[in-house]
Design a protein around this ligand. Structure first.
Ligand code: HDD
Length: 723
């Protein structure tokens, strides 16, 4: 039985939101027969079926005659232990959950494809990087780090960006983040970091937040963390969408070619959608209005056929370049500025199919940094080496068996041939007598190792005294933190200092707040002074630094705003309508949005929709209380002269407009909107972020303005903390 595509052509005809493109049915979209027709009707009068293929069964395949009532002795019980149908169903339900990931528990995934556009065949044996045009199946999981599985999407947090490429030579996982550096230099500190950021163990809160004493206690006792803390306090940790984030493999890896030569490489995913983040006040409100904001956004974009695309860029460098860098590339708290080693774009990753079973795909997918095909190898980064152990180990705990590679989402698409056997839930059970190699039963005693095409570790020279030590070359903790800060635009610097003040204001211990500012003094005096002032405290002495801070040049690639999109494509406008709204303007606006490739949704006083001044009925996507302006990138307010009088009395309508104003959004102002603006206390002299919608051609002007995403000059007028 074919599953109906949820985006039906009929749905696209209803006025009231961006018509969805009908995406082709994904391969294998038919309902599994074991699930087909399992919905009962409930109650005493439930329907039954005479169709054998639609008959409900137990897990053992026993057909079920009554799935609504347990087996009882008499109509009022007691219930009989004999009822195997009841017991099996409850037993299975009781065991539905698996442990959530110890970090990165909340995530959302999608299927896609990687296509190579520039060959690295001269540098690596990896087949996936060899042939231009070759397509490789991919699965990507985005995540937050600290929160539990049920936490909300807009936590101020690092985002995971994990990519699994099912290559012809086995699975290659790039398990990265949306930030190119990490908090710690040595894997032995990872449990401390994760404990410190997650809920405090005695009280079990706060959830999905770093704004608490334990995190900042650890951070201020760990100077190496301060480069990453600059990133964490920037808008990088408040992405507008998974689609508008970069991804980074963080560590240096090696590419190894057929001649055994090695080149260092760092992997970068750059979104074609451009970078974009939201504001903190907006994030707080999005979490309430739609805790699934990011997953819904990704799902909706893919479902509508607006497939997000990332370019894969590589930074390639040899040992001599590495030796010339003013820091150690094996230290994961450092990045290599793109201005120093430019990105070479070699491929594209397109996400084009949503998961059809969240558990089977997003929850059970198991990424491991150690999954690399021949031709890709590890550097000596001590953080990476610890990860290579941790990811494999954690899958056993989470997925319950070393056979997690048999699960379809984890199974390589290339052949698997070995003599590993048995274990819980073994699905791939080789036949035949031999379970060892070499043997005398198979052809050539095989399968056997292959020197030609098999994985060979790069034969790096290694020597040294066995000792627990941190390399001297890892000692500079502040220079790149400073470089990051000075690479931000003033508005971004303001957001960063606001974030520090907010986070530290949640820290109860005054000495921890002071320690934080003492680190900032090694990064930027102005930043330290702003934060100390925001906290109402005197400046402490600078933290003792292992090395003086170097003055590195700004790197514009580190700014979000410098690297934003140049269109409003893929963004969403909220159009606020009432009965009697201007039909011509509505039509012009939606046409301009669709020309731009943008989405739109109607917000109205009633979910049933509105009747425009020409009699057209437009369905609403949101009733006003359920569609606050934080859900949109820009808004247009088009009430009728009568409708606006009702809105002007309504708290949610006033919040809609005052939030859009406070969050520096572009606002299309219909001719009748003024009474609402007055009641929402929007200053009467509107700034250039407001676009009057008087004539039909103004619709286009609004969309062109929206390409800048936000009207930042306004922020200086609406914020107590603005200079
Ligand atoms: Fe990790 C999950 C990214 C350091 C141990 N990590 C996990 C995920 C991402 C990252 C994206 C989620 C994977 C998924 O979607 O299933 N982790 C990073 C990055 C790091 C990093 C970019 C530094 C460069 N991680 C790191 C260290 C350790 C771990 C140093 C331990 C020594 N990470 C884990 C883990 C997790 C994990 C405990 C939890 C769930 C999982 O692995 O599958 O093994």
């Amino acid at each position: 039985m074919a599953k109906k595509n949820p985006v039906s052509a009929d749905a696209a005809k209803i006025k009231g939101e961006t018509p969805a493109k009908v995406s082709p049915l994904p391969a294998g979209a038919d309902l599994p027969t074991s699930y087909a027709g399992t919905q009962g009707n409930g109650g005493e009068t439930h329907q039954t079926t005479t169709d054998e293929a639609m008959t409900l069964t137990t897990q053992q395949g026993i057909p079920v005659a009554d799935g609504q009532n347990s087996l009882k002795a008499g109509p009022r019980g007691p219930t009989l232990l004999e009822d195997f149908i009841l017991r099996e169903k409850i037993f299975h339900f009781d065991h539905e959950r698996i442990p959530e990931r110890v970090v990165h528990a909340r995530g959302y995934g999608a299927h896609g494809v990687f296509e190579l556009t520039d060959s690295l065949a001269d540098l690596t044996q990896a087949d996936v990087l060899g042939t231009v045009g070759q397509q490789t199946e991919a699965f990507v999981r985005f995540s937050t780090v600290a929160g539990n599985k049920g936490s909300s999407d807009l936590a101020r947090d690092v985002r995971g960006f994990s990519v699994k490429l099912y290559t012809n030579q086995g699975n290659w996982d790039i398990v990265g983040n949306n930030i190119p550096v990490f908090f710690i230099q040595d894997a032995i500190k990872f449990p401390d970091l994760a404990h410190a950021v997650k809920q405090e163990p005695d009280r079990g809160f706060p959830q999905a937040q770093s704004a608490h004493d334990n995190f900042w206690d650890f951070a201020t006792l760990t100077p190496e963390a301060w480069h990453m803390i600059m990133w964490q306090m920037s808008d990088r940790t408040l992405p507008r969408s998974f689609r508008t984030m970069q991804g980074f493999g963080v560590h240096s890896f090696r590419l190894v070619n057929a001649e055994g030569q090695s080149t260092f490489v760092k992997f970068h995913w750059t979104p074609r959608q451009g970078l974009q983040s939201v504001l903190w006040n907006e994030a707080v409100k999005i979490n309430g209005a739609d805790p699934d904001f990011h997953r819904r956004d990704l799902w909706a974009a893919i479902e509508s056929g607006d497939f997000p695309i990332w370019d894969l860029g590589v930074q390639l460098f040899d040992q001599a370049t590495a030796d010339g860098l003013p820091f150690d590339h094996l230290d994961s708290t450092k990045l290599i500025p793109e201005e120093d080693v430019p990105l070479r774009t070699i491929g594209t990753l397109t996400l084009n199919r949503n998961v059809d079973n969240f558990f089977a795909n997003t929850e059970q997918v198991a990424f491991c940094t150690q999954n690399v095909p021949p031709g890709i190898d590890f550097s000596d980064d001590p953080l990476l080496h610890g990860r290579n152990f941790s990811y494999l180990d954690t899958q056993l705990k989470r997925l319950g068996s070393p056979n997690f590679t048999h699960l379809p989402i984890n199974a390589p698409r290339s052949p698997v041939r070995n003599f590993q056997q048995d274990g819980h839930m073994a699905m791939r059970n080789p036949k035949g007598r031999a379970n060892y190699e070499p043997n005398s039963w198979g052809a050539d005693g095989g399968p056997r190792e292959n020197q030609e095409i098999g994985f060979k570790s790069f034969p790096a020279e290694v020597q040294g005294t066995k000792q627990r030590i941190r390399s001297e070359t890892f000692a500079d903790h502040y220079s790149q933190a400073r470089q990051f800060f000075i690479s931000q635009l003033p508005i971004e610097q303001k957001h960063l200092s606001d974030a520090l003040v907010f986070e530290l204001s949640k820290v109860e211990r005054i000495d921890i707040r002071a320690r934080a500012v003492s680190h900032l003094l090694n990064i930027d005096n102005g930043l330290a002074a702003t934060v100390a002032d925001g906290l109402g405290m005197a400046l402490p002495d600078p933290a003792k630094a292992a090395m003086p801070t170097m003055d590195l040049l700004p790197s514009p690639k580190l700014s979000i705003l410098v690297n934003g999109p140049d269109s409003f494509k893929g963004r969403k406008m909220g159009i606020f309508l009432t009965d009697g709204s201007d039909a011509a303007m509505f039509t012009a606006l939606t046409a301009a949005l669709e020309d731009e490739g943008a989405m739109w949704e109607v917000v109205a006083p009633k979910i049933g929709g509105v009747t425009l001044d020409d009699g057209t009925v437009v369905a609403a996507k949101h009733k006003i209380d359920g569609g606050p302006s934080v859900l949109f990138d820009a808004v247009a307010v088009l009430p009728s002269a009568e409708g606006v009088l009702l809105l002007a009395k309504d708290a949610a309508s006033k919040d809609f407009i005052s939030d859009a104003f406070g969050h520096c959004k572009f606002i299309g102002v219909g001719e009748n909107a003024k009474p609402l603006f007055d009641e929402a206390r929007i200053p009467p002299e509107l700034d250039a972020g407001f676009v009057p919608l008087a004539k039909v051609k103004d619709a286009r002007t609004l969309i062109v303005a929206c390409r800048d995403l936000r009207f930042w000059p306004r922020e200086m007028n609406v914020d107590l903390d603005a200079g």
